[in-house]
Design a protein around this ligand. Structure first.
Ligand SMILES: *Cc1c(COP(=O)(O)O)cnc(C)c1O
Length: 436
């Protein structure tokens, strides 16, 4: 499979190059040259193991660039934790995507990408440094994906005092080949430092730098897998196609679901559930796309004012507004309704959603009220413990730390503190390279 750059259609690369480069020229996103349709297995998902489904979902996108046996292992490893579909009430279920090592759905994409990168880079003679800026969830998922992978160092930059306690442990307590830089500044400062490093000749002559950002196709595409796993479970109890509601920020997750739908996955409708950052719901109403400055909310992983994957969604619909509007509805849910939803879902149904999932629940509930007779599920993108402040505020319930995380929470935080100063980052990276 080849991929073209959405900003420069002349730039066409293979899967390996797109994975290593992450972005094309002019910061363009890569997009598959054609949409490979599922064969008849999609009609009979219950006959296949989850691992087989994951492999079949990905094989057309990778082609022969990774040998079949290796890709099978990578696909199985990508989903090697449970992804259950649970009923919350008569009409709404939740696909729990937070049972992976960092308790967020980003584990799926990060694992697939890190395993592919490790495969492609294993014959490089330079040691590879994966450099990531994170506002919280991405860094942990990427760190876990590369933890103990030989030949790879991960350097994470995060804004001091602006990530949650659990997130910070996930970034700073692994040790080994993972280093965390605590930056005296904002997430934007971290991202800016990373961009400077990629542009710096001195660093790039010494180190083989690669990025692990969220627009990488090897993070985007594997997110299709769990839509298939959800349908497999859905079809055991329901005989109508589901409405799928996705809490959305950068729109990678929902875009993967829509891609799976175009390939033949039976679905009724998609809902983009947003917090007050409502650029896409606004677009669906007005046909006008106006990026805005992000406003902070309690579902902070969705505080995005100009979602990068929106351009992929437009491309999937051939830049046509009408079919897009018919398939996707948008809702914007404010913090007040989010808190109220956490409380109501807990009290009425005994289920404890965190803020992102609550935004999705509120949106799906509204849609189903407007469309009686339909049923659907939301994607549960994070474990409530990752956003325990909000959950406790809404319900006064103290969220238990899952057993798998207790060990990490007891480990020591190890960081190097730097100013938002490129020379400090450069010195760190070059010294680190000398140590090897
Ligand atoms: C990243 C994230 C989202 C948003 O996903 P996108 O693919 O960026 O739309 C939603 N919920 C949680 C918990 C996240 O970490």
């Amino acid at each position: 499979m080849n991929y073209y750059n959405l900003k420069d259609k002349e730039e066409v690369v293979d899967f390996k190059t797109a994975t290593i480069k992450s972005q094309g020229n002019h910061k363009g996103l890569f997009f598959p040259e054609y949409i490979p349709k599922f064969d008849e297995f999609i009609q009979n998902l219950h006959l296949y193991s989850d691992e087989e489904i994951a492999f079949r979902c990905m094989k057309d996108f990778v082609g022969d660039e990774i040998p079949e046996e290796t890709l099978r292992k990578i696909a199985a490893e990508t989903i090697s934790f449970e992804i259950p579909l649970k009923k919350i009430n008569e009409n709404i279920s939740v696909l729990e995507l937070f049972h992976g090592p960092t308790l967020a759905f980003k584990d799926v994409g990060a694992r697939f990408m890190s395993l592919c990168l490790s495969y492609f880079l294993k014959d490089e003679n330079k040691k590879v440094t994966v450099l990531v800026a994170t506002s919280g969830d991405t860094g942990g998922a990427v760190a876990h994906g590369f933890y103990n992978v030989p030949g790879i160092n991960v350097v994470i930059l995060y804004p001091k005092n602006r990530v949650s306690t659990v997130q910070e442990k996930q970034l700073t307590a692994l040790g080994g080949n993972i280093s965390a830089l605590e930056v005296n500044g904002s997430f934007d400062d971290c991202q800016h430092l990373v961009k400077q490093a990629f542009a710096d000749k001195g660093i790039n002559s010494e180190l083989f730098l690669t990025s692990a950002n969220s627009i990488n196709i090897a993070r985007w595409l594997p997110q299709q897998i769990y839509y298939l796993l959800a349908l497999k479970q859905w079809q055991q109890h329901e005989n109508q196609d589901p409405v799928i509601c996705v809490p959305s920020g950068n729109f990678g997750n929902i875009c993967a679901g829509i891609l799976a739908h175009f390939r033949g996955l039976p679905t009724d409708h998609f809902i983009a559930a947003c917090n007050e950052n409502d650029v896409v719901p606004d677009y669906l109403k007005t046909r006008q796309y106006h990026p805005k400055k992000a406003v902070p909310t309690m579902s902070n992983a969705m505080d995005v004012g100009d979602p990068s994957n929106f351009t992929r969604i437009l491309e999937l619909f051939g830049q046509q507004f009408e079919p897009l509007k018919d398939m996707i509805s948008g809702y914007s849910i404010n913090d007040e309704l989010t808190l109220q939803t956490i409380q109501e879902v807990y009290e009425k149904h005994g289920y404890l959603p965190e803020p992102h999932s609550a935004v999705a629940f509120a949106a799906l509930e509204q849609y189903l009220m407007e469309h009686p007779g339909k049923k659907g599920f939301i994607l549960g993108t994070a474990h409530p413990v990752k956003f325990s402040d909000a959950v406790e505020k809404a319900t006064h319930i103290k969220v238990e730390i899952p057993a798998g995380l207790k060990d990490l929470m007891n480990r020591e935080k190890k960081t190097v503190e730097i100013h938002a100063d490129f020379e400090e980052l450069k010195r760190f990276l070059l010294n680190k390279n000398q140590e090897q």
